[in-house]
Design a protein around this ligand. Structure first.
Ligand SMILES: Nc1ncnc2c1ncn2[C@@H]1O[C@H](COP(=O)(O)OP(=O)(O)OP(=O)(O)O)[C@@H](O)[C@H]1O
Length: 269
């Protein structure tokens, strides 16, 4: 499988701050990665590098076979699907859901005078169905709940048939039901062999959809552990990532749960 993302010793500095510290990471076709880390660990910064939106201060970033710094990023970006808080802010609140998805074909955020083919309309409708929001197609984006917006953003990110899909905290702000619905949708996408290589950013192991294959764990801009999910995401690695002793459970359905390890003396009874 060829690499869609290949970072070698990527460092990002802003003034005195070291946001990423020599991160080396390879994502290959067909892989579904979870990027785990505490608040401020550098996850969004890493996603911005992967989305060709931020240049490394040092090190090399290869994205879809192109070396950043030697390629026109405006040609590269349409090949990457991104859903993040930053992209959500760019979506006009009075735009219909169908047009939010459709307008991704032109890499614009609101519909104006672009002409779309039948094939674009069919693809947008198919994606809205895939993420379970067909019934919202004619509603305006601004009237949707947080969970509904997250689904529409994922449909939009998939509209251009990207080779790499980057989902930065899609479950943030969702209630329990919304999170569970989203995890199911992402699990279906993960098992679909036609889906692009995917990176899902999260703070919570409970949000890891079954079907995800790999994990990258970071703390303070540095890699703590990376590799196949089943063998890499141990309680030790998770404790090091979040800076506290944690116990980790995997349920038979493939879902995970984590909580702080209790001292014996603090366990009642
Ligand atoms: N322009 C900047 N100058 C200085 N520090 C910055 C700058 N941008 C981000 N940082 C810092 O870099 C660190 C990493 O930020 P980043 O947004 O990548 O973290 P994150 O893991 O996505 O966090 P969260 O989970 O809270 O969203 C944070 O401590 C942040 O305050």
């Amino acid at each position: 499988m060829s690499a869609v993302l290949e970072l070698a010793e990527v460092t990002v500095r802003r003034g005195q701050a070291l946001l990423l510290d020599r991160v080396s990471w390879v994502v290959r076709e067909g892989e579904r990665w979870v990027l785990l880390g505490a608040n401020g660990a550098g996850k969004t910064t890493l996603m911005q590098v992967a989305a060709a939106q931020m240049f490394p201060s040092s090190g090399a970033a290869g994205i879809l076979g192109e070396l950043i710094g030697t390629v026109d990023v405006f040609e590269l970006r349409p090949r990457i699907g991104v859903s993040s808080a930053a992209t959500a802010e760019l979506i006009p609140r009075d735009e219909t859901v169908r047009n939010v998805v459709l307008s991704a074909s032109y890499a614009v955020f609101g519909r104006w005078r672009e002409q779309y083919d039948d094939v674009d309309h069919r693809r947008a409708d198919e994606l809205l169905r895939e993420v379970g929001v067909t019934h919202l197609a004619d509603r305006t984006f601004g009237t949707l709940s947080e969970g509904e917006r997250k689904r529409v953003q994922i449909a939009r990110a998939l509209m251009t048939d990207p080779e790499l899909l980057l989902l930065d905290e899609p479950a943030a702000g969702l209630d329990l039901g919304g999170r569970e619905d989203l995890v199911s949708t992402l699990s279906v996408l993960a098992y679909d062999t036609a889906s692009p290589a995917t990176v899902l950013v999260s703070h919570h192991v409970e949000e890891i959809p079954p079907g995800f294959t790999h994990v990258l764990m970071i703390r303070g801009g540095r890699v703590v552990a990376q590799g196949p999910l089943a063998t890499t995401m141990t309680a030790e690695a998770l404790s090091a990532t979040f800076g506290m002793p944690l116990v980790l459970e995997q349920h038979p359905d493939g879902r995970y749960a984590a909580r702080r390890r209790q001292h014996r003396s603090s366990v009642p009874g």
